[in-house]
Design a protein around this ligand. Structure first.
Ligand SMILES: NC(=O)c1ccc[n+]([C@@H]2O[C@H](COP(=O)([O-])OP(=O)(O)OC[C@H]3O[C@@H](n4cnc5c(N)ncnc54)[C@H](OP(=O)(O)O)[C@@H]3O)[C@@H](O)[C@H]2O)c1
Length: 294
C-alpha cells in the first residue's frame, strides 16, 4: 500500500516506519520541518501530489504541561491539524489514521475503558486530542487509535526522551526517585504497538479502537519493574499525584480495553512487562543510552 506518514520523526512514527517498510509498503515520510499539519493548503497540496492510499497522522503536540499553558497551540496541531489531514486524505480518496490518547478519559473507573464509554478529558491535551478525533472522523475511512503511555527507542520528540530513559538516567545519577502510584495505565512499547497498527490499517474495519499493552500498572509499579529488570537499586518511593505536585490533572485510571481490536482476530499487544524486557534487550544490543546495572 502507498502510505504517507506525517510527523515522521516522532517516537511512534519511527517504529511504525520500520514496521511498514519491513512489510513491503511504499512509504513516504514527512517530518515536521517538511510538512506542518497546521497548514491546510500545504497538507492538501502534498497529499494530492503523493496520491497515497493511506495517510497516517503521527504528528502531535504531546507535551501535556505545555498544552495546558498553550491551549491554542494544542488545538492548532491536535485538532485543526487532524482536520487538515483527514480532509486532504478524503479529497484524494485515501484512508486516514489518527492517534489519540487514554487521556480522553478522566472519570472514576475500576475497569478498562471501552470505545463506547463517554470521554471526559481532564486537561487541555486530552481535550484537544478528543477534538482531533471528531475532526479525523470526517473522513469516513478513518482509523482513530487511542494509545497510552508510549515509550520507544527513538524517544518522544515532544517530551525530549521517554519515561524509561528518564528513570534510568536518574538511577545512574544516584538521586532519590519519587514516582506517582495513583495513576494506573498500560504503558506501551512502540515497537509492540507498530505491528498492531500495521495489521489494522490495511483492513476495511474502519473506526475507533483502543490499542495498548496488555495488563495495567501505576507509574510507580512500572518504574519498580524497570529497575528490577535492569538490575538497578535506586531509592525509589511511591507518591500521590498531589504530593508529586504536577500543575496538570491526569486520569487516575486510564487503562484501555482492547476487546474490539482483538475481536478482529489480530495479534494481541504483549503485556507491559514484556514491553519493558524487549525494550531493554534492544537498547542493550544497540548500546544505546544510559547503561543498566550488570
Ligand atoms: N507519548 C505518549 O505517551 C502518548 C500517549 C498517548 C497518545 N499519544 C499519541 O501518539 C501519537 C504519537 O506520539 P509520540 O510519542 O510518537 O510523539 P512525539 O515523539 O512527540 O512525535 C510527534 C511528532 O509530531 C511532530 N509535530 C509536532 N507538531 C507538528 C506539526 N504542526 N506538523 C507536523 N508535525 C508536527 C513532532 O515534530 P517536532 O518534534 O520536530 O516538532 C514529532 O516528530 C501522538 O498522536 C500522541 O498524541 C502519545
Amino acid at each position: 500500500m502507498k502510505i504517507l506518514l506525517l510527523g515522521g520523526q516522532g517516537q511512534l512514527a519511527t517504529d511504525l516506519a520500520a514496521e511498514l517498510r519491513a512489510r513491503g509498503h511504499e512509504l513516504h515520510i514527512r517530518s515536521h520541518a517538511e510538512l506542518d499539519i497546521g497548514n491546510a493548503r500545504e497538507v492538501a497540496a502534498q497529499v494530492s501530489a503523493c496520491q497515497p492510499a493511506c495517510v497516517i497522522n503521527a504528528a502531535a503536540f504531546t507535551q501535556v504541561e505545555q498544552c495546558e499553558a498553550e491551549p491554542e497551540r494544542a488545538y492548532a496541531v491536535n485538532a485543526v491539524g487532524a482536520s487538515n489531514v483527514a480532509n486532504a486524505a478524503q479529497a484524494s480518496g485515501a484512508r486516514c489514521v489518527y492517534f489519540s490518547t487514554d487521556y480522553v478519559f478522566g472519570g472514576p473507573r475500576g475497569q478498562p475503558w471501552r470505545e463506547t464509554d463517554t470521554p471526559q478529558p481532564l486537561n487541555q491535551y486530552g481535550k484537544s486530542k478528543l477534538a482531533g478525533e471528531a475532526m479525523a472522523a470526517v473522513n469516513p475511512r478513518h482509523f482513530i487509535l487511542r494509545v497510552s503511555g508510549l515509550y520507544g527507542l527513538a524517544g518522544s520528540r515532544g517530551k525530549g526522551g521517554n519515561f524509561v530513559e528518564a528513570m534510568l538516567r536518574r538511577a545512574q545519577s544516584g538521586e532519590p526517585i519519587a514516582v506517582v502510584n495513583d495513576q494506573i495505565l498500560a504503558p506501551t512499547y512502540t515497537a509492540h504497538l507498530a505491528p498492531a497498527v500495521a495489521d489494522l490499517i490495511v483492513t476495511s474495519q474502519y473506526g475507533l479502537y483502543h490499542l495498548s499493552a496488555a495488563g495495567e500498572c501505576s507509574w510507580f509499579e512500572f518504574a519498580r519493574e524497570l529497575f528490577r529488570q535492569a538490575k538497578l537499586e535506586p531509592q525509589l518511593r511511591p507518591v500521590s499525584s498531589t504530593e508529586y505536585g504536577s500543575p496538570v490533572r491526569r486520569p487516575a485510571y486510564s487503562v484501555l480495553d482492547n476487546t474490539k481490536y482483538l475481536g478482529l482476530g489480530l495479534t494481541p499487544i504483549p503485556d507491559w512487562r514484556r514491553g519493558l524486557s524487549d525494550y531493554l534487550a534492544l537498547r542493550r544490543n544497540r548500546g544505546t543510552g544510559t547503561p543498566c546495572g550488570s
